[in-house]
Design a protein around this ligand. Structure first.
Ligand code: GAP
Length: 466
């Protein structure tokens, strides 16, 4: 069973070094979070797994790492300057500001609100008698649109001419490099470009831990195809992504696909589906798959004045603007989902054991080496093993001598380490009852079974599990 309340997980993340509140030393900064030593390992493993699965592991994919700051014309062309906005309403009594559509969604549902026009939001709030969440009065201003892009200035002068935006999606870095990539990498359709990076949105209602933040990471693919072939690629991507999530250990019972209603579609999309996860507060978007058609390349061609047509290498007379299928993954939401999914509470001998049952391929630590006690020769032997393994393998290994062996096992359970090995007097060849010389006890996180084996066998077991 995964975590049933977010509080359980937030507390474990803080206690065990996965995720800390941002700027905590100075009283925090609302809705910012820092990945701690174990959180960054987990996130890096997820990103590495994603890159290997979708970029390095496929012949039809290449990677990119574009800048966060881009020429602001990019955002005029992409439609973000004009359309990337939320409808805001102010409470006339306490002056607090909220997203009008979100206030209505709780009462009317997502689908009903998606079709409302801006001018209908305030009358609907009044008609439904929806109170201000802060002061509980029902007195709303007209809804006004608010652009979600963060603004800053490049250089020392802060005027209109130096205005730049922090990118609200990584996707546009791929579109503006489309021609560079085709020309330098001799790519043939269909092919895709993958990118992992930060995106920024001045969200009005961030919250639910790392689910919705203003600074977040995306893992995005723009998959370029011949016009008229979108249907088949859309379905392939849906299946590949679903399989990737399930392969990382998410129980499909908590996943579902949701098709966007026509009125809910982003300005660039003719079809979108989300893969949603059943979070403790209900189903929420984990991943989005959109058919962007030739919207972006057409826009960039018009705004830049550059020819972005693709020429068929087998038929130079065939020139066209490719269409695009976009699989877009929230990296932080993937981390959050895998944390929730791993969180388990179990009764063991009248005691509650908290254990993070991460899939072995993403566990922040692969193996813990624990000398049975603080005896010098045990520590020396365990350290010798630790150094050998660090040198000879790419395993992420923890070495822990502090506290009783029981407490150390519990700590490793809470950080999700799949295997622990204990070095004892048997390992040293000083106590046959504990085991043969150079053998160790290996303990499995999930079954709690302990076996005696040689270090060679330990390594084979670890490799087989990853
Ligand atoms: N390029 C398409 C695009 O950006 P999106 O649905 O707005 O589409 C893609 O975002 C994914 O990014 C979402 O499925 C979600 O996982 C993640 N995401 C979006 N906004 C987020 C936020 N404020 N905080 C955390 N993750 C977010």
């Amino acid at each position: 069973m995964p975590a049933t309340s977010l509080d359980q997980l937030v507390s474990l993340c803080k206690r065990r070094g996965f995720i800390f509140p941002g700027s905590e030393l100075y009283g925090g900064l609302a809705n910012t979070w820092d990945y701690g030593p174990l959180g960054v390992e987990l996130k890096n493993r997820i990103k590495k797994n994603w890159w290997k699965t979708f970029v390095r592991g496929r012949e039809d994919m290449v990677g990119l790492d574009a800048s966060i700051l881009m020429n602001r014309k990019v955002w005029e062309a992409s439609g973000h300057v004009g359309s990337f906005a939320d409808p805001l309403v102010d409470c006339k009594k306490c002056k607090q500001r909220f997203r009008g559509d979100k206030l209505l969604e709780e009462k009317l549902g997502v689908e009903a609100v998606a079709v409302l026009k801006l001018a209908q939001i305030q009358p609907m709030l009044m008609a439904e008698k929806i109170p201000c969440p802060a002061c509980k009065k029902i007195d709303w201003t007209e809804a006004k649109t608010f652009n979600l892009m963060f603004k800053t200035h490049q250089g020392v002068v802060e005027d209109e001419g130096t205005l730049v935006y922090l990118r609200p999606e990584t996707a546009q870095g791929i579109f503006v490099n489309f021609k560079n990539i085709v020309d330098t990498m001799r790519m043939r359709l269909p092919f895709g470009v993958g990118q992992i990076g930060k995106a920024f949105r001045n969200e009005i209602t961030p919250g639910n831990f790392t689910f919705r933040t203003r600074e977040f990471e995306q893992m995005e693919i723009e998959y370029f195809i011949e016009p008229g072939t979108a249907g088949q690629y859309f379905d392939h991507w849906k299946q590949d992504v679903w399989n990737w999530y399930v392969g990382l250990g998410i129980d499909p019972i908590r996943l579902r696909v949701r098709e966007h209603e026509k009125d809910e579609l982003s300005h660039y999309s003719s079809r979108t589906i989300d893969i949603e996860y059943n979070f403790p507060w209900g189903f929420g978007e984990l991943f989005g798959l959109a058919n962007r058609g030739d919207f972006d390349l057409t826009q960039h061609q018009t705004f830049s004045g550059q020819d972005l047509h693709y020429t068929d290498p087998d038929d130079p007379k065939k020139k066209f603007l490719p269409h695009v299928i976009e699989p877009s993954f929230g990296c932080d939401r993937t981390v959050l989902t895998l944390l929730l999914e791993a969180y388990t509470e179990e009764q063991v001998n009248d005691d509650t054991r908290i254990v993070m049952k991460f899939h072995p391929s993403i566990a922040p630590i692969d193996l813990a080496i624990l000398p049975l006690s603080k005896k010098e020769n045990l520590i020396a032997k365990a350290q010798e093993l630790y150094k050998k393994l660090i040198h000879e393998t790419d395993l992420s290994i923890d070495f822990d001598v502090t506290g009783s062996i029981g407490k150390r096992y519990r700590r490793q359970d809470e950080i999700g380490t799949p295997k622990c090995i204990t070095v004892d007097f048997g390992t040293l060849g000083e106590d046959e009852k504990q085991g043969e010389k150079d053998t160790v006890t290996i303990r499995d996180r999930d079954t709690l079974k302990q076996n005696r084996m040689s270090m060679k066998e330990v390594l084979e077991t670890l490799k087989a599990n990853r």
